[in-house]
Ligand binder design. Structure first.
Ligand SMILES: [Zn+2]
Length: 355
């Protein structure tokens, strides 16, 4: 027995009704405040049907045309089970029959392919586009939250952080974002650039360095990532499906929240070869701008390359170090660099390396 509304075709008001599926007919017991009655519908005179997930509408006779609407989900299945093969059940599918099974399959497959392509390619590409156009203040605020989230998992080396910031302040830097660098205790030879100008450097990487030009090169490389918004775009790409959900559920402000909530995904971000090359060039440009030896970039790479077990982690986000060294050497040969001593940088470097 199902609950629904019965319309007698003479008044537009629906009457509360119970619908009972008998073996060869449908019985409708309807009731109003002042009246009640029973209708019997023979299967052969039931014609038009409309099914969707929530509602089933059945019509009966020609004039007056009676109808019932049932809002229970199991009703359609119950009809199909009880009256298998009945004509009134097929009428809803007439448009499918005209198209033909083959056309339907091809059309369906085409739609499916478009949907799959949109989901796997379109959604990440769109998210990257959106991220590339975040207002700078917004990106900085998001980066700051992300950075605070990241720092919770680390021990900050305050003395080295102060010295690193001094080094950074003595560097001439071109960036749309204020650059803030932090040294944390970690054995992995690694560094990260977060959206909006936040840079995390593991102390193990600093320990490996022998020349301050390597540090300048590293900072230039990471600032390049910041400036070109590589992490923002990469995170947007990798989290695009979560973002889509938050947009679909009407929470547009949740897009940045999704990124912040997934701070840990910073570790597994992979930049393209193109992004790394562009950041290497940014590192070289920073060295040139500060009249520092451009070989600092190459030394940095060689240091990482000579450290198999530890550099593995670095190499996974910074692919093909050997190729990058070759490319850097070519770029250095092509350009003329003037080098000059920089006491401010050297003093900050000594402070950073001192115990
Ligand atoms: Zn990089």
């Amino acid at each position: 027995m199902f609950e629904g509304k019965y319309y007698n075709g003479r008044t537009s008001k629906g009457m509360p009704a119970f619908i009972i599926l008998e073996p060869h007919y449908i019985r409708i017991n309807w009731q109003t405040d002042s009246d009640n009655g029973t209708e019997v519908w023979h299967l052969s005179e039931m014609h038009k049907t409309e099914f969707n997930d929530a509602t089933t509408v059945l019509e009966y006779g020609t004039f007056p045309r009676q109808s019932i609407a049932v809002f229970e989900q199991g009703f359609q299945q119950a009809l199909e089970h009880k009256y298998k093969g009945a004509t009134f059940l097929k009428s809803g599918y007439s448009s499918f029959a005209k198209t033909g099974v083959k056309g339907l399959l091809i059309g369906g497959l085409g739609l499916l392919l478009v949907a799959v392509a949109l989901f796997f390619w379109g959604v990440p590409a769109l998210a990257e586009q959106v991220a590339a156009h975040f207002p700078k203040e917004y990106e900085h605020a998001m980066g700051e939250k992300l950075y605070e989230q990241m720092l919770e998992g680390y021990t900050v080396d305050s003395a080295k952080t102060v010295a690193l910031q001094k080094y950074l302040d003595a560097l001439e830097v071109k960036s749309d974002f204020p650059i803030r660098a932090t040294v944390v205790e970690n054995e992995a030879v690694n560094a990260f650039a977060m959206p909006g100008g936040f840079i995390l450097v593991h102390d193990a990487l600093l320990d490996k360095m022998e020349h301050h030009e390597e540090l300048a090169g590293l900072l230039g490389h990471e600032i390049g990532h910041v400036q070109m918004r590589h992490s923002t775009k990469a995170m947007a790409r990798s989290l695009s499906h979560y973002m889509l959900l938050s947009v679909l559920f009407g929470d547009v402000s949740g897009v940045a929240a999704v990124i912040v909530d997934n701070a840990s995904s910073m570790y597994s971000l992979e930049y393209s070869r193109k992004a790394e090359t562009a950041s290497d060039k940014a590192g070289l440009a920073l060295l040139a701008q500060n009249n520092l030896n451009p070989k600092g970039m190459v030394w940095l790479m060689e240091r990482l390359n000579s450290n198999e077990p530890e550099f593995l982690k670095f190499i996974s986000t910074h692919p093909r170090t050997a190729d990058r060294i070759d490319e850097l050497n070519m770029l250095i040969e092509e350009s003329k660099y003037k080098t000059a001593p920089n006491p401010a940088l050297e003093t900050a470097w000594e402070e950073l390396k001192g115990e």
